[in-house]
Each structure stands twice: as structure tokens, then as C-alpha cells.
Ligand binder design. Structure first.
Ligand code: ADP
Ligand code: MG
Length: 670
């Protein structure tokens, strides 16, 4: 079926995952423009967005300056206030604006000149008027109006053919929560009269999302729970303690407590399913390593999985150093491992010649089998699809599972998101205070160069981060490649470049030479976000900082000041959005991962998604975990109810879909 007559549009939409009329309808607006008239017209602040309803009073005049055209006119609002309106480069307005017609005008107020810069003006139409104007996120080839027409076409297609839009939520819960039928909800979301309609529509999609998510985690949990340990070998915790005594440092109190909890779980007959959470730099790796040591003592194999090659490699080196005086055999298995070596490792795992294998999702390849996998640790677990967790556990079929996350969230929230799992939290840091100073500035601030020079003079390293790789269509965005060119001029022979599109060899080379300080500056995308541990890096500069989520920024910042000494994090923001600046201020104010995760969640919701995710929490299209916490909790209970009554015909479809989604869950690894 052709959505539109234009091939370009169809192709662009298909690329967005929009191929059928149902896809069109399910692609709900990213946000809504508030078209409620501005209240208190005399108290408007400078640069604020205004919405006026009213009439043209002074007729538009057109003037030209160099290459710019300017249309000016007067506008009287329904409240009776007069404003001067200016519109740049829209000469046609002179021809189309009429007196005696009621208009809706959107603009930006300029206090100094007491005028309004026009953003948009349209005739007021009582029939199609809305106080909440849908804004879709679309590929650049498709504009808002085209998409709106497509939505209308999709609705009439359904109407004319008497097609139904099936509800996702079982009727039982639709009734319980008085949810609107899905079709009506979609209507409201695409054609709301006001924000009340938007909320009513959203309620349905939010609950759908909550229910599907919780049902999937419950299903996975259920399968994991069925498993029991193969054999019951006790870990002698005294031996673990003895090993700890040989370390050059002491465990923090939290590390100690978490380890006790983990070893206790491992000594139970049921399988461990535990989340170890702790802020960046709180020392999760060491706890995991000691758990792996305990696992080794009971004569089981361990697997440690990380989301990137670089991180796997780093963990491998850490473990090798930590266990160099033991007889433990440790192997590294990443995508890049040469075929022959891979085969040798696979053999070693089947024969139990290898005790611990560290790797990326390569640990999942069909050919990898374990003789006796006792413990699987998954670092930065949010990077992996839910399904991968199941897969790894089912590899040994009876392995304890330890998930690690650097985005600490309150216990109640963790339980709600992940379901019934045990949580250990690292509350302290191995170093007393983390001395990272954070500042917000613009990209042309002299201070940036001063800080870089200072770092280089002290033989410290510098991270420079940007969100994008290559020159995107949006030319105003900074990319790592433009930055690379720019900094290379300033610091010849000192700059490395790292991003996801490089080959593994190139990535490795960039990272290694940065680690060794051959190149003291690395320009990178967020590939370095996860877990990298370079102790002598003390400066990070993040371009276009507001395009990252707060949790991501906090993770990034966690890469510096790792030796406990002073470090600087520069957040570059060239825009003038109050809310964006406000978001960045959170990082200036706080270095507390809990607080930041909470602020991040508060700010997320419809419209905040897309772009650069990976910030350490599951992301949802409609649900905001703070605002919709209650609904999420209900959905979790409802999911349990569904599993208890799984034979109910009304639940079958949803269960089938959830199972399918679990099975199809692709590796979400970057
Ligand atoms: P994260 O929790 O972010 O994964 P890491 O495990 O990478 O943190 O640990 C951060 C740094 O702290 C590492 O360099 C690690 O060697 C060090 N570290 C961990 N635990 C201790 C400790 N008890 N005493 C001193 N240093 C520690
Ligand atoms: Mg880590």
C-alpha cells in the first residue's frame, strides 16, 4: 500500500518505521504547541512566546534592507491591547492578511522595542481550532502539514473500510480503569480540542506501554525463577575475605555490604537475580570481581559482559591484574577476537579450562557453551535488551545473575521498573570527595583553551565530546569531525578521534594512545560514556551539552577526576532556552547520581525522547516514571494478575505479543 503519491515521502517515512496506515496513526505527536491565548498581556516577559487572538489594525507594510525583507503591521488582541508585529522574510504576508478576519498569532515578545516577532499567523477557524496543536517528529523530507493530511487520510481509510483498530489492553483492564478504546485515544491525540483531550488519549497509550513493559519483565522473571542451581557448592566466604586482605586498599563500607549480600544469594539454592547499582566511580567492578572470585572458589565458571569492546577489554585487564597471583584462567572474547583464538576460547569454556570469560555480546554467540556457568555479571545492564539477560542466564541455564547499573535510582522505583529483583546499592565512593567542578559556558569562551592548556601543561588528559559524528543536515550542530579538524589545527599531533563509525582497530588505537597519553586530547561521541577508567584525565568539554540527557551527562562527567583530584567539566551551551539551561544547572548544582537520575526522570516524557538516549534508564515513549509512577505500579500488579490467569482468552493476545517481542528483541548494543 502506498501511503503517499510521493516516493520520496514514502521512503523517508519507511525509514522512520512508518509503512502502513496503522503506523501513521500510531506515530503520535511528539509534543503539542500550546495555543491557549497568552494571559496577562501587559505582563509579558522579554523573549517569551505569546499567543494572541485578534484582528489586524494597521495594514501591513513591506520594506527591504539588503537581502532581508520586513513586514510590519499592527494587531489588536481580543483583550484590547495593541502590538506592533514584525515578520522577516515573509513578503507574501502583505498579500494574504486581511482586516476584519480573526487571527491566531504566535510570536516572540521583544521587550526593549515593545514589539512582537512573528512566528506564525493563521485564520481562526472555529471548527478546526485547537488549543493543543500537534507537532510530529518527522524526517526532514516530510513537513508537518503533509503529515497531518496523511493522518486524516489514514483515519478515513479506516472509517471507509470499517476497519477496526484493535485494543492492546485487555477488556478487563479497559473497564477497570475506564480507558478509552484505542481508536478514540488515537483520534484525540491527533485531533485534540484542548490539552484535556491530549491527556485522555495519552492515558491509554501510557497504560499500554506500562503493561507491555511490565508483562515482558514478569515473563522473563518467571522463566528465570523456574531455574535452580545445578549443584549446591558452598562458597567459603572466609577465603574471599582472605583474598580481600591482600588488596592494596580496603573495601568501602558499601562494597563490603554489597558483597556480603551477593555471596549470601549465591549460597542459596535459588538463583540470584540482583541489581548492583552505584554512581559512576563507586567501585562496582571490584564487587563484581570479588563475586567472580567466590564463584571460582565453588569451582564454577564466570562470565562478565560489557556493552562495548573497550569496556570489556578494560575489565579484562582489571581482572588479570587483580587475580595475577591466583591460578584463575581469564579470557577475553569480543567481536574482534580472531577466529582461531575464538575457537580456542570456546574449547576452553567447554572443557572448563577457562574460569572467567570477559566480553561483549559475543559471549552469546550460538557457538559459545560453558561447562558450568555459575555466575553471569552484566555491566551497564540498561545497554542490553531485556532478552539478553535471559539469554545469558539460560546459557549456563542455572547461573546466578548480577546486573550492574551506574544510574542509581530509589529502591521503590527500581523494583517497579525491573520487577521483583534484589537491589544492592553502593552509596559511597572509594575517594572521599569527587572534586569535579562543572561550569556552563558558550563555545567561544577563552576559558576553554586556558583549561586545555593547563591540563596539557600538567600532563593530564582531556575529553572533548560532541553528540554527532558527521555533518548532519542540520548544519548548525557541532560534530566530532568538525571539532577534530578545529582542534587538530590548534594542537597538532595531540588529538585522537573516536566514534562509533570507525573500525575496531581505529577505535582501539585511538583509545590506547589516549590512555597512554600519546594523544592527550580525545574527541569523541558518547562511545566513551560507559565505564572508561583513565585516571589522569581531568578535563572534559561537552559541546552542545543540552542535547544529552542528564543521566548521560553525569555518566560522561564520571570519566574525569577519577584519581580523586581536582577536575573540570565544561558544558557548552550556545542557545537561549531557559529550560535547557535550567537542566544543565542541575549538574552544576549536584554531583549526586540519585538526585540527577531523579531530575532526569522528571524531565522525561513524551517529546523528550528520540535523539540521544542511552542514559542509563529504560526509556519510554509515553510514560514518565515520576509522574506515572502509580500507573506503572498498577500495571506491574496487573501483569502478575495476567500471568496468574494466563488461560483467560482475553489475555491471550497480549501474552502472545509480549512473548514474541521478547523473542525478537534485537541486541540493543551499540
Ligand atoms: P564504577 O562503579 O563506575 O564501575 P569502577 O568500578 O570503575 O567504578 O571504580 C572506579 C575506580 O575506583 C577504579 O579505578 C577502581 O580501581 C577504584 N576503586 C574501586 N574500589 C576501590 C576501593 N575500595 N579503594 C580504592 N579504590 C577503589
Ligand atoms: Mg563501571
Amino acid at each position: 500500500m502506498e501511503l503517499s503519491k510521493s516516493q520520496t515521502i514514502n521512503r523517508a517515512l519507511a525509514h522512520y518505521g512508518i509503512r502502513t496506515y496503522l503506523d501513521v496513526l500510531e506515530h503520535t505527536p511528539r509534543t503539542y504547541e500550546d495555543m491557549n491565548p497568552t494571559e496577562n498581556e501587559v505582563m509579558i516577559l522579554d523573549k517569551s512566546r505569546v499567543v494572541f487572538y485578534g484582528y489586524i489594525t494597521r495594514f501591513p507594510t513591506l520594506s527591504h534592507f539588503a537581502r532581508v525583507s520586513l513586514v510590519r503591521f499592527g494587531f489588536r488582541t481580543l483583550a484590547g491591547n495593541e502590538f506592533n508585529i514584525e515578520a522577516y522574510n515573509r513578503p507574501y504576508l502583505v498579500k494574504i492578511l486581511n482586516s476584519g478576519v480573526k487571527y491566531v498569532l504566535v510570536g516572540v515578545f521583544d521587550q526593549k522595542k515593545h514589539k512582537v516577532n512573528l512566528v506564525n499567523i493563521s485564520k481562526y477557524n472555529a471548527v478546526s481550532h485547537t488549543e493543543a496543536k500537534p507537532v510530529y517528529s518527522l524526517p526532514s523530507e516530510v513537513d508537518q502539514l503533509t503529515y497531518r493530511r496523511l493522518v486524516d487520510r489514514a483515519f478515513s481509510y479506516y472509517r471507509e473500510n470499517n476497519y477496526e483498530i484493535k485494543d492492546v489492553v485487555p477488556a478487563y483492564f479497559m473497564k477497570k480503569y475506564r480507558l478509552l478504546p484505542r481508536k478514540e485515544a488515537l483520534e484525540l491525540l491527533h485531533h485534540p480540542k484542548d490539552f484535556k483531550d491530549v491527556h485522555a488519549g495519552l492515558r491509554v497509550l501510557k497504560y499500554e506501554e506500562c503493561l507491555k513493559f511490565t508483562l515482558k519483565t514478569e515473563l522473563i522473571r518467571e522463566e528465570n525463577k523456574k531455574l535452580e542451581k545445578n549443584k549446591k557448592q558452598h562458597i567459603n566466604t572466609k577465603l574471599v575475605d582472605e583474598f580481600i586482605k591482600t588488596l592494596p586498599y580496603k573495601l568501602t563500607k558499601s562494597q563490603d555490604e554489597a558483597l556480603i549480600e551477593i555471596l549470601f544469594d549465591m549460597n542459596k539454592t535459588s538463583l540470584m537475580y540482583r541489581l548492583l547499582q552505584g554512581d559512576v566511580g563507586s567501585g562496582k567492578t571490584l564487587v563484581a570481581a570479588l563475586a567472580l572470585y567466590g564463584n571460582y572458589l565453588r569451582n564454577d565458571q564466570g562470565a562478565l559482559m560489557a556493552p562495548t569492546d573497550a569496556l570489556a577489554r578494560q575489565h579484562y585487564v582489571t581482572l588479570c591484574n587483580l587475580f595475577k597471583d591466583t591460578k584463575m584462567k581469564i579470557a577475553l572474547l569480543v567481536g574482534q577476537t580472531p577466529y582461531k583464538e575464538k575457537k580456542a576460547i570456546e574449547l576452553g569454556l567447554i572443557n572448563h579450562e577457562i574460569d572467567i570469560v570477559v566480553g561483549t555480546h559475543a559471549l552469546f554467540s550460538k557457538s559459545v557453551e560453558y561447562s558450568s556457568l555459575g555466575l553471569a555479571v552484566i555491566d551497564e545492564q540498561h545497554r542490553f535488551g531485556v532478552n539478553q539477560r535471559l539469554l545469558l542466564a539460560s546459557k549456563g541455564s542455572h547461573a546466578d545473575l548480577l546486573l550492574m547499573s551506574a544510574t542509581p535510582i530509589p529502591r521503590t522505583l527500581a523494583l517497579t521498573i525491573y520487577g521483583d529483583l534484589d537491589v544492592s546499592t553502593l552509596k559511597e565512593f572509594p575517594f572521599d570527595n569527587k572534586q569535579v567542578n562543572t561550569l556552563i559556558t558558550s563555545s567561544n569562551d577563552q576559558k576553554i583553551d586556558e583549561l586545555i592548556n593547563d591540563s596539557l601543561a600538567h600532563h593530564q588528559q582531556v575529553y572533548i565530546i560532541a553528540p554527532l559524528i558527521m555533518d548532519d543536515l542540520t548544519a548548525d550542530k557541532v560534530t566530532v569531525e568538525t571539532l577534530f579538524a578545529r582542534y587538530l589545527l590548534k594542537y597538532p599531533g595531540k588529538v585522537a578521534l573516536l566514534h562509533g563509525k570507525l573500525s575496531q582497530e581505529e577505535k582501539l588505537y585511538a583509545l590506547e594512545s589516549f590512555k597512554k597519553n600519546q594523544y592527550p586530547i580525545i574527541i569523541s561521541t558518547t562511545v566513551i560514556e560507559v565505564g572508561l577508567d583513565v585516571k589522569t584525565a581531568n578535563l572534559m568539554i561537552i559541546y552542545d551539552a543540552s542535547s544529552f540527557g542528564l543521566a548521560s551527562l553525569h555518566q560522561l562527567r564520571g570519566r574525569i577526576g577519577r584519581d580523586g583530584k581536582k577536575a573540570n567539566c565544561v558544558l557548552i551551551y550556545d542557545g537561549s532556552e531557559e529550560s535547557e539551561r535550567d537542566k544543565l544547572e542541575v549538574l552544576v548544582r549536584s554531583n549526586d547520581g540519585f538526585y540527577i537520575a531523579n531530575e532526569d526522570l522528571k524531565r522525561r516524557g513524551p517529546g523528550e525522547l528520540g535523539g540521544y538516549r542511552q542514559s542509563g534508564l529504560p526509556s519510554f515513549n509515553f510514560v514518565n516514571l515520576i509522574d506515572d509512577f502509580k500507573m506503572f505500579t498498577c500495571a506491574r500488579e496487573d501483569s502478575k494478575f495476567i500471568l496468574l490467569h494466563r488461560l483467560e482468552p482475553g489475555f491471550r493476545r497480549l501474552l502472545k505479543e509480549a512473548n514474541e517481542e521478547i523473542n525478537n528483541d534485537k541486541f540493543t548494543n551499540v
